[in-house]
Design a protein around this ligand. Structure first.
Ligand SMILES: [Zn+2]
Length: 445
C-alpha cells in the first residue's frame, strides 16, 4: 500500500505547456510523495482524496517582491514619479503602522496573491519604526498559510526627511533584529528570514559591508531595490565615483544570495556583472509602469542566463498582488520593446514565476516543480471559466486569459489554504472590516 495524506485524483499535471500528463498526485509530510499512474490507484490509502477531474494541477506562483504593509496604501500617490509618490503615500504613513496594522495588511495582500495562484511571497519589510511591526507581517502569513521569505528592512543613512529618519537604524541594530526574527520563526516551517536592503541611497558603505558579511556567513537571501530609476547611479557616482553595479562588485556585494529588484536603468556592463556573479533579478512590470520608471531589459538579461523571478511590488505602486496580471504584462512588455513576439513565451514567463522565483527566494530544488520530493506548493486551475474557455494549452491560458476565477484551489506545504473562494484559516469578511477601520488613520493628500 501507499500511504498518503492527500490524494489529488483525476486531474492533469502541468509541467509546461508542452508536457502535461494524466496522472494523480500524492502528498505526504508536506511534500509530493509520488506521481501516480491511474492504474496503480488500488494501492493508495489516503487520509483525504480530492477529485480533480477536468482540472489542471500546477506548481504555485512565487511573488519575489512586495511590501505587504503597503496594502494599506493602495491607490495613494497615484500619477506621481517615484520620489513624489514616496512623499505622498509611504513616507508620511509608514511610521504610523502598528503590528496589528501590518497583520491585517499582510492578510489582505496575501489573500489577493493566493487568489491569483501565489504560494510563496518574498516580502520586503522596511517600515520598522515600531520594531514589532514585522511580527504582524510574519504572523499573518503564518496564519494564512503562505510560504514566505521576510526581508527585514535595512536603512542606515539619514536624509533631510523626518519621516525617513524615523526608520534609520545602525547596521548592528538591524542585524540584531534579523537574529531575533530568525529565533522567532525557527519553529515556523513556511517562514524564512532575509535582509531587505531598502534602496541604494539609504545604505552606507559600512551598511553594505555589514550586510555582505552577514549574508556570507549565514544562510539568508538579500534583496535590494536596484537601478529602479537614474537616482541610484547618480547617488553612487556622487558618493563612490562609480555606477551602482560596478561599486557593488568592488565591495563584494554581487553574490548569489542577492536579488536585485527592478533593474530598469542597466547598461551593458551592469548586465554582464549581474550575469557573471549569479545575481538574481526580480522583474516588477506593473510597478515599473505605474511609477513611469521604464521598461527593464529583461530579455537581454534572460539571454545572458540570469535567473529572473516575477514580482508585484507593494500595492502602493501596483494596486494589487495579482501574479496573473504580472505574468501577462511582463510578457507583453518584453515582446513590445524587443519587437519580437517570440520572446517571453508563456512557458518562459511561467517558468520565471515558478522556478525563477524559487531561485530568488533561496528555494531551489524545493518548490516550482511537480516532482517527487518537492514541497507540495500547488494551484488547481479550473479551465471552465468565461475568461479562459476554450483552453487548448493550460499554460498559455494561465498567462494570457485567466483571472482569480480560474484558481480553484491553492495548497502550500501540502495543506489546502484556499478552495472555492474561501480561505481555510482566515475569514475574509472580518479582514475587510478591519481594513476599513484601519484606513481612517492614514493621511491622504
Ligand atoms: Zn519595492
Amino acid at each position: 500500500m501507499i500511504a498518503a495524506d492527500i490524494w489529488l485524483r483525476g486531474g492533469s499535471l502541468v509541467h509546461s505547456g508542452k508536457s502535461i500528463e494524466q496522472k494523480d498526485l500524492l502528498i505526504k509530510d508536506h511534500r509530493i510523495l509520488q506521481i501516480l499512474d491511474p492504474r496503480d490507484r488500488h494501492l493508495v490509502q489516503a487520509k483525504t482524496m480530492i477529485d480533480l477531474t477536468g482540472r489542471y494541477v500546477m506548481p504555485g506562483l512565487v511573488n519575489t517582491h512586495t511590501h505587504l504593509f503597503q496594502t494599506l496604501f493602495k491607490g495613494l500617490g497615484r500619477d506621481l514619479n517615484l520620489l513624489d509618490w514616496l512623499a505622498a503615500s509611504v513616507r508620511p504613513n509608514a511610521p504610523k503602522l502598528t503590528r496589528q496594522d501590518c497583520y491585517y495588511a499582510a492578510l489582505l495582500g496575501g489573500m489577493d496573491l493566493a487568489m491569483s495562484g501565489g504560494t510563496t511571497v518574498m516580502d520586503f519589510m522596511y517600515a520598522n519604526e515600531h520594531k514589532d511591526s514585522v511580527l504582524g507581517t510574519i504572523d499573518a502569513l503564518q496564519d494564512l498559510g503562505l510560504r514566505s521569505v521576510i526581508g527585514r528592512g535595512f536603512i542606515d543613512v539619514t536624509l533631510p526627511d523626518e519621516n525617513h529618519n524615523r526608520l534609520v537604524e545602525t547596521p548592528e541594530e538591524v542585524l540584531y533584529q534579523v537574529d531575533q526574527l530568525k529565533a522567532y520563526t525557527r519553529a515556523m516551517r513556511r517562514v524564512d528570514i532575509g535582509i531587505a536592503g531598502s534602496v541604494f541611497w539609504a545604505i552606507s558603505e559600512e551598511g553594505f559591508e555589514a550586510i555582505r558579511d552577514y549574508a556570507n556567513a549565514q544562510d539568508v537571501v538579500v534583496a535590494l531595490h536596484a537601478s529602479e530609476t537614474v537616482d541610484d547611479n547618480e547617488d553612487s557616482i556622487k558618493r563612490f565615483g562609480l555606477r551602482m553595479f560596478p561599486y557593488l562588485e568592488k565591495i563584494g556585494f554581487l553574490k548569489e544570495w542577492l536579488t536585485a529588484v527592478h533593474c530598469v536603468t542597466l547598461d551593458e556592463a551592469d548586465m554582464e556583472l549581474i550575469a557573471s556573479h549569479g545575481v538574481k533579478v526580480s522583474y516588477n512590470p506593473v510597478s515599473n509602469l505605474i511609477l513611469g520608471s521604464g521598461i527593464p531589459p529583461m530579455e537581454a538579461l534572460r539571454k545572458r542566463g540570469v535567473h529572473i523571478g516575477l514580482g508585484t511590488d507593494g500595492a502602493a505602486s501596483n494596486d494589487s498582488q495579482d501574479m496573473l496580471e504580472t505574468m501577462k504584462l511582463g510578457a507583453l512588455l518584453q515582446k513590445g520593446i524587443n519587437e519580437d513576439p517570440t520572446v517571453f513565451s508563456a512557458d518562459e514567463v511561467y517558468r520565471m514565476a515558478t522556478l525563477g522565483g524559487a531561485s530568488c527566494c533561496g528555494l531551489n530544488g524545493q518548490v516550482g516543480l511537480l516532482k517527487e520530493g518537492y514541497l507540495a506548493d500547488l494551484m488547481v486551475y479550473n479551465p471552465h471559466r468565461i475568461k479562459s474557455a476554450p483552453v487548448y494549452n493550460p499554460v498559455t491560458s494561465l498567462v494570457y486569459a485567466s483571472d482569480a476565477n480560474n484558481v480553484e484551489m491553492v495548497l502550500v506545504d501540502g495543506e489546502v489554504i484556499y478552495r472555492d473562494g474561501r480561505f481555510t484559516h482566515v475569514n475574509q469578511e472580518d479582514v475587510l472590516l478591519w481594513i476599513e477601520e484601519i484606513q481612517r488613520k492614514f493621511i491622504v493628500s
